[in-house]
Design a protein. Structure first.
Lengths: 324, 321
């Protein structure tokens, strides 16, 4: 049976977008010759030529700044930053330039650019190659942030990001690139800002995104064995995020747990919890809980990293508190 | 103000350059007064003393060419063709401003005229110009991009990244350094141990220096470099030696600045130099016209309505206002 791999879905999204629109270009470190650190850009230069698919020097600040300049001059650039940790060098271009231009220039222009990057641990990559920094970007007005958890959403959200007139950060996960699903009948473009119910349930709502959904799903299966039905919501988009979908689920389950791989403190979960404590207060039968990484840099040793990452046990412990 | 057909009679060219230099000078002098009056939000960095660079470089550009600017970008915006009404309304934070009062002095932009923004972040405009040049190159446009930067930017690593990329990809970009000898409150000589010509050479990019206070000289040199870039030479560096006649920002008391330096400015004033090939009658005519235009623009800006909150909030993402 034909299968679709996550990195192939990412590749197909860019290939289809480049075929549909000659102004779409792709550049980044090792995207053309090597096909990307995780193989997501393989073959694109052969298909679309060296003018549209280019390797860059290791100059994150310049290449992201260049994408901003290109985006306000008629191109739709996709830039790959191979690890989200390297975005630190490109923060001016993202935060001070791309995010603000539309507002700051009085709506004279939009900045149609996509920054593809990946985050996350599980591979022993250590403190400078495993971080989940997506909340930084979700905190900046003018940016959009999506976080696909499976091959279909990797395709659908990236297509939407490329079509979007505003700057979108697409955060993939290094542990997901090799995951595969049966080839879907259709691969629709998915709207930015819409969550999806991955598993229906009525006893509690677990909101999550990205690779953390694997641990969440494992936990939900274990809970089902105990007669507890958890509803799982895949946020897909972090900025904007689907407040209505979370509230709707909460209004049926009355209990909310938010799980992400990013450090728990000041994370995406904090924002969701605060909003639901406000607009969902009357629905709540228990305090809103969060599971995220502890407040420390991501460690390398397997025994340390496994404990650092959210896992079915830490999720089940939180669910027990939620149902107590 | 774009490139018109080169006049056979140089007088018209000198008149045009003088008019632009003077417009920038008078506009910024007026800004200093409006700031003192409390009408300008925030702070402003004046380019008084450096007007000839904006006038001269823009003389070699067409409306299709793009520029990125610095925190000292008023002159670039005016020379690239921003309407004075929109300029003053922006500086006063009015809805009729070029950026609807949301950008102000450090973010004046006129995208339709190829002015891709002043910039509050030192060196940040350079990669934007590279990207614009990449768009020109990829889309096959007959256009160049110009990155204005100050000597203070030379201490930013981004300059090296951009020079390298520009050469690597042979981008149609002109790097214009406005070297006024000061980087914020410290002489550049106390911050930088290398020279721009050597840095450009290390990146295999030709470097040309010019008297940045002489608009005709800047126009001549920039014209030659830009013609070369249009023919496919790839990037060039133009270093314009100039002077900052005011402080880093308006109101800067300029501690530690040698009075002899400021006294020497008068002899090198770009307005005086731009006037030297014109008759007193020609000068008086342009002076009167510029003065009237600026007075009218300021009157327009003063009377213009304030921005509307709902419009500003709705503008963060595309699709609404």
């Amino acid at each position: 049976m034909a299968e679709l791999r996550y990195n192939h879905a990412v590749n197909r999204a860019m290939a289809d977008a480049m075929a549909a629109d000659p102004s779409v270009v792709l550049f980044g470190e090792d995207v053309a010759g090597a096909g990307g650190v995780y193989g997501a850009t393989r073959g694109l230069r052969d298909k679309y030529g060296g003018k549209r698919v280019r390797d860059t020097p290791i100059s994150e600040a310049a290449i992201v700044g260049m994408a901003v300049g290109a985006a306000i001059s008629g191109l739709k650039p996709i830039v790959e930053i191979s690890f989200i940790d390297f975005m630190t060098f490109a923060m001016d271009a993202v935060v001070n330039q791309a995010a603000k231009m539309r507002t700051m220039f009085g709506s004279q222009c939009s900045v149609p650019m996509v920054l593809r990057t990946q985050h996350g641990g599980g591979a022993g990559s250590g403190p400078q190659h495993s971080q989940c920094l997506e909340a930084w970007f979700a905190h900046v007005p003018g940016l959009k942030v999506v976080c696909p958890s499976d091959p279909a959403s990797a395709y659908g959200l990236l297509r939407a990001a490329i079509d979007d007139p505003d700057p979108v950060i697409v955060v993939e996960h290094k542990a997901l690139y090799a995951t595969r699903v049966p080839e879907p009948d259709a691969l629709p473009i998915l709207p930015i800002g819409k969550a999806a119910i991955l598993r229906p349930g009525h006893d509690l709502t677990i909101v999550s995104y990205g690779a953390a959904l694997r641990a969440v799903t494992e936990a939900a299966v274990a809970l089902a064995g105990q007669g507890i039905e958890a509803e799982i919501l895949d946020l897909r988009s972090l900025q904007p995020w689907d407040e209505a979908a979370v509230l709707e689920s909460l209004s049926r389950t009355h209990r909310l747990l938010i799980v992400h791989e990013a450090v728990e403190a000041f994370g995406v979960g904090a924002e969701i919890a605060a909003r639901m404590a406000d607009i969902g207060f009357d629905e709540l039968d228990a305090p809103i809980l969060r599971v995220g990484a502890p407040f420390m840099p991501s460690p390398v040793a397997k025994v340390l990293e496994q404990r650092y990452l959210p896992n079915p046990d830490s999720i089940l412990a939180a669910v027990r508190r939620l149902l107590a | 103000m774009g490139k018109q057909a080169k006049p056979a009679d140089n007088t018209a060219h000198f008149q045009r350059l003088y008019r632009i230099v003077l417009t920038i000078r008078r506009a910024e002098e007026a800004l200093a007064e409006l700031l003192a009056e409390g009408l300008i939000p925030g702070f402003i960095h004046l380019s008084i003393g450096q007007e000839a660079i904006a006038a001269g470089v823009m003389d070699a550009l067409t409306p299709a060419d793009t520029i990125t600017s610095t925190h000292r970008g008023h002159g670039h915006a005016i020379a690239k063709g921003m309407k004075l009404d929109a300029f003053f309304a922006e500086l006063l934070g009015k809805d009729a401003g070029a950026c609807r009062g949301r950008g102000g002095s450090m973010h004046v932009a006129d995208i339709a005229n190829g002015m891709l923004g002043a910039n509050g972040i030192v060196a940040a405009g350079m990669p934007l110009a590279l990207g614009s040049a990449l768009a020109h190159q990829t889309l096959g446009r007959d256009a160049v991009a110009v990155a204005f930067f100050g000597d203070g930017s030379m201490a930013e690593g981004l300059l090296h990244e951009c020079l390298n990329l520009a050469r690597l990809w042979d981008l149609p970009v002109l790097f214009v350094c406005e070297n006024n000898g000061w980087a914020e409150f410290l002489p550049t000589s106390k911050q930088i141990v290398f020279s721009l010509d050597r840095l450009a050479a290390a990146h295999r990019i030709p470097h040309v220096a010019v008297d940045g206070n002489d608009a005709a000289a800047v126009a001549q040199t920039a014209g030659e470099l830009i013609a070369g870039i249009r023919q496919g030479s790839g990037p060039m560096v133009l270093e314009c030696h100039t002077m900052r006649m005011r402080g880093h920002y308006e109101g800067d008391v300029q501690r530690g600045r040698d009075p002899a330096e400021t006294a020497a400015h008068a002899a090198r004033d770009p307005v005086t130099i731009a006037a030297k090939n014109l008759s007193p009658a020609q000068i008086a005519k342009i002076d009167a016209k510029v003065t009237a235009e600026i007075a009218a623009a300021i009157a327009f800006a003063r009377a213009a309505p304030d921005p509307v909150w709902d419009d500003a909030v709705a503008a963060v993402y595309t699709g609404a206002a």
